[in-house]
Design a protein around this ligand. Structure first.
Ligand code: NQM
Length: 348
């Protein structure tokens, strides 16, 4: 059986299989079929593949040299289902994004600088550009360093992700056209600053917002009803098989951050929060009238916006000009786990 060249990386608080586009079949249907067999989907344990039996470890990055002047590489993110045989390109992933710059250098798509390297990445799913900057002493990616991120043990080299230069006007930021909508009697703010998210107060679901991920599993059906209707209002159509929108329940911070969050992705509760999910929630709270703004404790101007989640905090920077987003940024880490050949399960 033919194997496929693949690098497995931890990107932020996610883990995924990174491929060069040229190593995968050019037809999207054939590519998706192959990737499902690589991951071991559909199967709750993904026992016959390299997936980790959770949406956060059932992720794929497809990378190629960019032909646009404004980017060095193109990054297509694919979210694979675990129990269901789904492959979705309807969302981006800011965690897997953290591994793209190092991967591009490792594969020779971008020449490394002597101290550090910046890689301009076109995020194919959304059309935006991110710049990743990371240490490359002596022209080699160095994954070791002193940056800690909540949800990952130990420390690693910082990878600075900058989403500058992608202006987002109010219409794009608030895809329903409203700062608030009411769905199933629950007030929500539907926002998209890189990730479509429905923000609701935890109290409107009858919970505190400080529960563990497991304790919130009982809200699954209500969250599903909310997100299906929100998807229509946000112009995403029928989202029953899509991994977006996410739903974030917010509560007052209790750990020195700006806001406390619990996020459904889209139905399992995230062990932390996605990068672009956190950027989107923080952006919403900066807008007058947003659901949850009254719960937020804003830091002094210029300090990061610290989003509390079940395993710590994720600090983001968001720059608004009125209701237009000028830039956003975040620090992540990533690590090469293996580089080699993956052997997919044989086709049925
Ligand atoms: O929001 C999980 C993750 C993500 C997405 C999810 C992400 C992001 O933690 O940018 O990173 O929301 O499905 O990897």
């Amino acid at each position: 059986m033919n194997g496929v060249r693949c690098m497995m990386m931890r990107g932020g608080t996610s883990k995924g299989a990174y491929f060069l586009a040229g190593d995968l079949p050019p037809s999207a249907d054939e590519r998706d079929d192959l990737l499902l067999r690589v991951m071991g989907t559909p199967d709750p344990r993904q026992i016959d593949g390299i997936g980790g039996a959770h949406p956060l470890t059932s992720k794929v990055a497809v990378v190629s040299r960019s032909d646009g002047a404004d980017a060095d590489v193109d990054y297509l993110f694919l979210q694979l289902g675990v129990e269901e045989a789904t492959v979705s390109d309807k969302q981006n992933c800011g965690n897997i994004l953290a591994g793209i710059g190092p991967f591009a250098v490792e594969r020779g798509l971008v020449a490394a600088g002597r101290e550090r390297t910046s890689v301009r990445i076109r995020m194919v799913n959304t059309g935006g550009i991110a710049t990743a900057t990371f240490p490359t002493p002596g022209g080699v990616v160095d994954y070791a360093g002193g940056a800690a991120i909540s949800g990952v043990p130990g420390t690693a080299a910082p990878i600075v992700l900058d989403f500058g230069g992608t202006e987002k006007p109010r219409e794009a930021l608030l895809p329903t056209g409203n700062i608030r909508d009411t769905i199933d009697g629950i007030e929500v703010t539907c926002v998209d600053n890189g990730m479509p998210v429905v923000v609701a107060a935890a109290s409107s679901f009858g919970v505190t917002g400080y529960e563990t991920s497991d304790e919130l599993a009982a809200l699954r059906d209500r969250v599903q009803s909310l997100r299906l209707q929100a998807g229509e209002l946000m112009g995403l159509g029928d989202v029953s098989a899509a991994s977006v929108p996410k739903t974030t329940l917010v509560a007052a911070p209790r750990d020195g951050g700006m806001i406390c969050t619990r996020t459904f992705i889209p139905l399992r509760v995230h062990t932390s929060i996605g990068v672009l999910g956190a950027v989107s929630v923080a952006t919403a709270l900066l807008l007058d009238g947003a659901v949850g703004r009254d719960l937020a404790a804003f830091p002094p101007q210029g300090d990061p916006l610290s989003v509390e989640h079940p395993t710590g905090r994720l600090d983001v920077a968001v720059e608004l000009d009125g209701t237009t987003v000028r830039r956003a940024g975040v620090v992540r880490t990533a690590r090469k786990l293996f580089d080699g050949t993956v052997f997919p399960r044989s086709a049925a």
